[in-house]
Design a protein around this ligand. Structure first.
Ligand SMILES: [Zn+2]
Length: 471
């Protein structure tokens, strides 16, 4: 199967130019660009289909390195399956996800990884990889880490939040870091001071402050800043790269900036919810439960502008979603009367690319090249997939989005493809939308219709990246 994507504007992290892209089978076979004009540069080559991309962007398929499909959490499970979640991702221009496999307390990493492979295999419609969440750090699991790196799962996530669930004390975090310093992998941290948050949360509930809004109040920005600084310092002591997930607050960004200024290999992502939503959204009585995630939504000022500056200055290298959808009805409602019982998480995998295009590129905060870097190329490099993913280049996987930067789209739960009964951005109008989405050469979405196949997505075996060079 040969497909020619003709006359589009190729937008990469490094620059933009008009050219034709020839896809042969699952990869990009040629890029036709002539000095006198690109149109027809590859004319004469026999193809099965030509997609006219005139006036459109041609970008590498977006990569979301932070999703939780079917995650058991808070007595229920995140609703999207690997099938529904990756299909929604594809509609939004995302052709690779990296999800979090979970080690259950008392079980092996292998057990957790096998469980997640079983959930995804035969179900995902686009490619997927895994990070490993470590719930127990002991001699056995430390030894298992090396095996996972060799199997293409080179990153390990630990938590300084959620005491009694995912929480690891400092000595466990440090031991995992020392092991990773030897095996070449990456430590990912959910950095909030969970024990301190629990003290504040218990006081609020005892005072009758049980609405979702107080979820946001209890989790001080300084608790995120403290934990971020602490884990970065521990990583420096262990001599290991560290990646802060879902960074939400200026306090935490300051810690990352400081580390990068010292030359430490510290990296971080933020998510659309921290750029476009705020603590105000948690108000409005129990409706605010729709917006409960951790870290929580912050006050607009100063956090929004600081995060945008971090994206521009490369103190933040990635925008991912932390996609973890729970229905408002029946699932979020578990926390009526006690915000601590609201399942933490928001839907987002479908809307990230467009939100960042509209709020970033259209609003003039970032260039279209930086947009591609943040949603695709940056994550591909940091998570060991580049240039197979995250690039429009000869030999790369033909994960390609023909993107219309002018089309207006209204976000709504009535029309989205995520399996969840609400949208955090209900009624928002955004500029920019995916027209045609290819996953390894196959068109999986075209003009709003799904044309892919359940189970066509493959596990992406990733290598450890050269973090020192990326720092
Ligand atoms: Zn998460």
């Amino acid at each position: 199967m040969r497909t020619l994507i003709a006359n589009g504007t190729i937008v990469t992290a490094d620059g933009s130019y008009v050219a034709d892209v020839l896809v042969d089978g699952e990869t990009i076979a040629a890029i036709g660009k002539l000095p006198e004009g690109p149109l027809g540069a590859l004319a004469g080559i026999a193809v099965d289909e030509t997609i006219d991309a005139t006036g459109k962007y041609v970008i590498p398929g977006a990569i979301d390195v932070h999703t939780h499909m079917e995650l058991p959490f808070g007595g229920t499970s995140a609703k999207d399956t690997f099938e529904s979640g990756t299909r929604a991702a594809a509609f939004g221009g995302t052709t690779t996800i990296v999800d979090f496999a979970v080690q259950s307390r008392g079980k092996s990493l292998r057990d957790g990884l096998d469980t997640w492979h079983a959930k995804a295999e035969g179900n995902a419609v686009v490619d997927y990889g895994f990070h490993m969440i470590m719930s127990d750090v002991n001699d056995d699991t430390l030894a298992e880490m090396d095996t996972l790196v060799a199997e293409g799962v080179p990153d390990f996530k630990l938590f300084t939040a959620y005491p009694g669930v995912f929480y690891s004390p400092d000595d466990h975090v440090f031991r995992a870091m020392q092991q990773t310093a030897k095996n070449g992998g990456l430590i990912m941290m959910h950095a909030e001071n969970g024990p301190a948050i629990d003290v504040v949360a218990a006081r609020l509930v005892a005072d009758g402050k049980t609405d979702p809004y107080y979820h946001g109040v209890a989790r001080y920005p300084i608790f995120e800043g403290e934990a971020t600084n602490r884990v970065i310092r521990l990583a420096e002591a262990a001599g290991v790269p560290v990646y802060i997930v879902h960074l939400s607050a200026k306090d935490a960004l300051d810690a990352v900036r400081g580390a990068r200024d010292r030359g430490a290999p510290a990296f971080a992502e933020t998510c659309p919810q921290y750029l476009f939503l705020s603590l105000d959204d948690l108000g409005n009585g129990f409706e605010g439960a729709k917006f409960v995630c951790s870290p929580p939504l912050r006050e607009k000022d100063p956090h929004w502008e600081e995060l945008w500056r971090g994206l521009v200055k490369d103190d933040l290298q990635v925008v991912s979603t932390d996609h973890c959808p729970f229905d408002f009805h029946e699932q979020k409602e578990l926390g009526r009367g006690d915000f601590r019982k609201i399942p933490n998480g928001l839907p987002g995998v479908e809307d990230r690319v467009d939100l960042l295009h509209d709020g970033g590129v259209i609003q003039g905060r970032i260039s279209r090249e930086r947009w591609v870097d943040l949603i695709s190329t940056g994550p591909a490099k940091l998570f060991g997939m580049y240039p197979r993913k995250g690039a429009i280049a000869v030999g790369s996987d033909a994960d390609i989005v023909v993107y219309d930067p002018g089309r207006m789209r209204t976000i709504s739960a009535k029309t989205h493809h995520m399996d969840v009964d609400y949208s955090c951005y209900e009624g928002w109008s955004v500029q920019g939308a995916s027209d045609v989405v290819l996953s390894r050469g196959t068109v999986v979405v075209r003009d709003g219709a799904f044309t892919g196949t359940r189970g066509a997505g493959r596990f992406v075996k990733r290598s450890a990246a050269d973090y020192a060079r990326l720092a």
